[in-house]
Design a protein around this ligand. Structure first.
Ligand SMILES: Nc1ncnc2c1ncn2[C@@H]1O[C@H](COP(=O)(O)OP(=O)(O)OP(=O)(O)O)[C@@H](O)[C@H]1O
Length: 491
């Protein structure tokens, strides 16, 4: 012990060593301050700080940005759904609000404010969450948002293996139970999908269409959901495409709403006018979520080139690559090829459990390329009202299932082309069911008279045209005969 004490440096030696190290540090600091610019010094200091703090810190932070590659980060979305459910009394602040579907008498919905920290406990781990936002430098781009999740360094693996899957599963369960669906429209100025609460009352039960067709669609949707493994096994993207066609007012939009309500899927309603180019289209489409419907209404109007092309190449089996790449309609940038690429090309595999629905009033005007097998899986014709459709409308709109006027209405409906929208409008005209039915009969009779008059008019004009043609031919023949006679006389 005595020898050990003897070997220790004396206090004066230690003090003089300390003094010379301090002097050296001050000298280095002065030289650095003089010679290295301030920005460079700050950079070096912050790097050194991060290196040492990461090395010595007992905490680990996961950063979850709202975007992931070209699309939305599903982990971010899951956290957004999950975290409001764990805001406890210890939180310093919370965001509160109502959306259009909320009952203002109920407590408001909660969310997480930027820069607020909330804590979660999971399987003995303490986890700290905070949300931050970075302002976008470009006015048309939304701000970047991040969640920071901090845990003990030793818990890092458990968070990855157990906590994240737990959050995803819980968020999915919350979403599937949530009462309201959203319909998204694309905002070109902000380059993002704008949600609005979707509360369309149409269901398969309220739809006026042939029962067999209704059943077929419901079965098709059910089997689509159940066939995840099938799609994987056959190497196809887990998607289903529906083309709804028929005259205006036959219920195409109502069917889309019924499908969304049946599947509990959000709807992304895309107007081609708001898309600048194919790459824009790709970005827009990849930023939609799984378990959703992508709706492109009146596809024939969106794509002028599609029907121009089909007229020229009506019988062509080949797809002309150059033609496909020509911009569609009023929009200078989107091409049919860009759209097809998303439907069944390489991009079709982005995301899963998606339904794509196109609607059109003029199927015949669509480019054959869009109608080829495999592109739109199911083509559904929404036709004029039938007696079965009328009965469904009568039961929904005026609450009656049978009446002695029904027979007469059935006969009229069978004899003319009347849309379910027209029938529905007549049924809404009065609160008194019988008055509404009488009004409908009057309407159908007038429509029948107009249709018959139009047919008569058409037949008359065809007959007149034929007669004019015949007269013209006769006149030409007699002129020819006369000139021939003259020729004979002359010779
Ligand atoms: N098959 C139907 N079943 C029940 N209601 C219908 C049906 N068809 C039309 N309607 C009623 O008529 C209105 C218009 O129908 P909807 O918008 O669905 O027709 P559409 O075929 O999409 O028309 P458009 O081609 O003009 O968009 C709806 O509000 C709906 O109430």
């Amino acid at each position: 012990m005595a020898t050990m004490l003897k070997e220790l440096p004396s206090l004066s030696t230690l003090l003089s060593a300390y003094a010379s190290i301090s002097a050296m540090a001050m000298l280095i600091r002065t030289i650095l301050n003089e010679m290295v610019p301030e920005r460079m010094r700050n950079y070096i200091t912050s790097k050194l700080y991060h290196l040492t703090s990461a090395y010595f810190s007992s905490e680990f932070t996961f950063v979850i940005e709202d975007r992931w590659h070209a699309g939305d980060n599903q982990m971010f979305r899951a956290a957004e759904v999950y975290l409001p459910t764990i805001i406890g009394p210890s939180s310093d602040s919370i965001l509160v609000g109502f959306d259009e579907s909320s009952d203002p008498m109920e407590p408001p919905k909660r969310n997480i404010p930027v820069d607020c920290t909330i804590t979660d406990d999971f399987q003995g781990m303490r986890l700290k969450w905070s949300l931050s936002s970075i302002e976008s430098k470009k006015y048309y781009l939304p701000n970047k948002r991040f969640f920071h999740l901090t845990c003990k360094r030793s818990d890092r693996e458990r968070v990855e293996q157990r906590y994240f899957p737990y959050i995803n599963k819980t968020a999915q369960a919350i979403l599937s139970k949530s009462e309201s669906l959203n319909i998204y429209t694309y905002d070109q100025d902000c380059s993002m999908w704008e949600p609005t609460v979707f509360k369309h009352p149409a269901t398969f039960d309220t739809l006026a269409m042939e029962p067999e067709l209704k059943e077929f669609i419901m079965k098709d949707l059910d089997s689509f959901v159940d066939r995840k493994e099938f799609f994987e096994n056959v190497g196809r993207a887990w998607k289903r495409g529906y083309l709804l066609y028929g005259p205006p007012g036959t219920g195409k939009s109502s069917l889309v709403a019924a499908i969304a309500n049946y599947m509990r899927y959000n709807v992304y309603d895309l107007q081609f006018q708001s898309v600048r180019s194919d790459s824009d289209l790709r970005r827009i489409l990849t930023s939609t979520t799984n378990r959703s419907i992508l709706l492109i209404e009146d596809i024939d109007c969106s794509s002028k080139i599609t029907h121009d092309r089909s007229k020229v190449k009506e019988n062509s089996e080949e797809e002309d690559e150059d033609e496909l790449k020509r911009p569609m309609g009023i929009d200078p940038g989107v091409t049919l090829s860009g759209l097809l690429n998303f439907i069944d090309g390489l991009w079709s595999s982005c995301g899963h459990e998606r339904i794509i629905i196109f609607t059109t009033n003029h199927k015949e005007k669509l480019d054959p390329a869009l109608l080829r097998p495999g592109r739109m899986d199911v083509h559904i014709c929404m036709g004029y009202c039938t007696p079965a459709g009328f009965r469904k409308l009568a039961s929904s709109y005026i609450g009656i299932k049978d009446d002695k006027l029904f027979g007469c209405i059935d006969e009229l409906i069978k004899s003319i082309e009347v849309t379910p929208a027209e029938v529905a409008q007549q049924l809404m005209a009065s609160d008194e069911p019988r008055v509404a039915l009488q009004g409908l009969i009057e309407f159908l009779n007038t429509k029948k008279d107009i249709e018959e008059a139009a047919v008569e008019e058409k037949e008359k004009s065809v007959k007149e045209e034929k007669e004019t043609e015949e007269n013209k031919d006769e006149r030409q023949n007699s002129e020819l005969a006369e000139s021939e006679t003259r020729c004979i006389y002359l010779t």
